[in-house]
Design a binder for this molecule. Structure first.
Ligand code: APR
Length: 255
């Protein structure tokens, strides 16, 4: 890819300068500069190891104890434990502190938005859950991921629920699981009520979340997409910014 100018296109700056109620929709691309690989980008997890997707399929996870043990090892080693927010996350905190953020819908499970300071004046809607919480798939028990990882470190390869003996998992949405309905409703309302839908670091290939973009557009919002690669919704965007998020997003928010 040719060296991208770090100047966000003029149109994107104009749209953002006039925005008073932005709904941001973020994906894995906003966290790559923090050391967390994305899924479908050139160095993505799926790009490099398509078989890894099986850990994220709920039927396979329920059926295969070896896959669960692999998933627990992967959670223990996840780069999110060492990651720190980057200038992309901080730009969205600035937008929120300017009073111009309606909501932050994130597909990410790394809690870097909250670590950066998002969520004090506008909701952070974690539509795919969080790696830092654990849940029992049978009784619904919830607790901290760190507590369960301590059991893994102590030798339990696939720790069962201590309440009911059921299968434990990160409190994240796997393929085959449904999203939290309340979160989805809040996200849809935020998309319908915003004046700009700002999609950042997402390939917009996973539904129902990707559907928030056309929903906002049909409700009359301008769409701004900041992403290194094309997305299926570039055609309805008022502006598409091909650049490194951590460089261009601060400029767009400052505008
Ligand atoms: N700057 C700009 N764009 C970037 C950067 C960066 N620094 N890093 C990565 N990208 C872009 C990639 O080019 C890619 O198009 O971010 C996008 C990330 O897309 P995906 O890897 O598909 O991640 P995401 O859209 O969040 O995936 C959605 O799919 O795997 C499931 O549940 C998982 O929440 C995830 C969902």
């Amino acid at each position: 890819m040719a060296a991208e100018s770090s100047r966000a296109p003029q149109r994107a700056r104009e749209i953002m300068a006039g925005a008073s109620a932005v709904t941001a929709l973020t994906g894995a691309g906003i966290s790559t500069a923090s050391g967390i690989p994305d899924f479908r980008g050139p160095q993505g997890v799926w790009t490099n190891n398509p078989a890894a997707a099986r850990m994220f399929d709920i039927e396979a996870y329920l059926a295969d104890p070896d896959l669960r043990a692999q998933a627990w090892r992967s959670r223990s080693e996840h780069p999110a434990w060492r990651a720190r927010p980057n200038d992309g996350h901080r730009a969205l905190v600035d937008l929120e502190r300017q009073g111009r953020l309606r909501a932050l819908v994130t597909q990410n499970i790394d809690e870097l938005h909250q670590s950066a300071g998002s969520g004090l004046q506008a909701p952070v809607l974690e539509v795919h859950g969080s790696l830092k919480r654990a849940v029992c798939l049978s009784c619904g028990w919830r607790g901290t991921m760190e507590a369960v990882l301590a059991r893994v470190a102590a030798g339990e390869a696939d720790p069962p629920c201590e309440v009911c003996g059921g299968i434990l998992k990160s409190d994240t949405v796997s393929f085959g699981q449904s999203l939290d309905r309340q979160l989805l409703r809040e996200s849809a309302r935020a998309a319908a009520e915003c004046d700009v839908l700002l999609a950042v670091g997402t390939s917009l290939q996973v539904n129902p979340v990707a559907g928030l973009v056309p929903l906002a557009h049909e409700a009359g919002a301008e769409v701004v997409i900041v992403n290194a690669e094309p997305t299926p919704f570039d055609a309805i965007a008022g502006a598409v910014v091909r650049g490194q998020i951590e460089q261009v997003l601060p400029e767009l928010v400052a505008a």
